[in-house]
Write a protein that binds this ligand. Structure first.
Ligand code: X6L
Ligand code: MG
Ligand code: MG
Length: 174
């Protein structure tokens, strides 16, 4: 696809996470920022989950959630927007896989498969990551990603240790 005219909206799935500061406030900031973008509508939000750290395990537990965005932004422009919102919330990139205030990952963009220097979609590791698949089950259980449903992926992973947090996100009224 070379153009995405503004009358054509694509359903994108976004992963939200963090383990520094008031993470639920950071995630709500992200939802509100994306909703405020004229080319984005936040259409679904998952519960927030408390999740053990993956990759670098010697760090605090994370909060994770997922959202569906309907957007006329092209994938790279949506990625730019996500990175901008991360920076607005004080994200600094130092240690790989280290602690962060806010992480926004573009997991799925319509039915597109994208592999550029900056962006691989669907996210290549999402199927293995309980902290992605568990919140996706709230909003996209039947969605087919890379040939299988999210519910299929959920059956293959160990979700022990993941539990709903006390906080929840709110979908701003448009
Ligand atoms: C072996 C080697 C096994 C590396 C797993 C997994 C690396 C996940 C990075 C891995 C490996 C990641 C979050 C997190 C990170 C998050 C939770 C990553 C990037 N982000 N843990 N760890 N939630 N719970 O959002 O996902 S770092
Ligand atoms: Mg991530
Ligand atoms: Mg990221």
């Amino acid at each position: 696809m070379s153009i995405n005219p503004d009358y054509a909206e694509t359903s994108a799935l976004i992963g939200l996470g963090g383990n520094i500061g008031d993470v639920s406030a950071s995630m709500q900031f992200a939802i509100d920022s994306l909703q405020a973008h004229e080319q984005c509508r936040v259409t679904k939000i998952s519960k927030i989950y408390k999740t053990p750290p993956w990759g670098v395990s010697d760090q605090d537990w994370f909060l994770n959630a997922c959202a569906e965005i309907k957007t006329s932004l092209m994938p790279e422009a949506l990625l730019d927007e996500l990175l901008k919102v991360e920076r607005l919330r004080g994200r600094v990139r130092d240690e790989r896989w280290g602690p962060r205030t806010l992480d926004l990952d573009l997991l799925v963009y319509g039915d597109e498969a994208i592999a550029t220097q900056r962006l691989t979609v669907p996210h290549p590791r999402m199927a293995d990551r309980p902290f992605v698949i568990v919140p996706l089950m709230d909003i996209a259980a039947g969605r087919i990603v890379a040939g299988r449903t999210i519910a299929d992926y959920a059956r293959q992973i160990d979700i022990s240790g993941i539990e709903p947090a006390n906080e929840e996100l709110t979908l701003p009224i448009i």
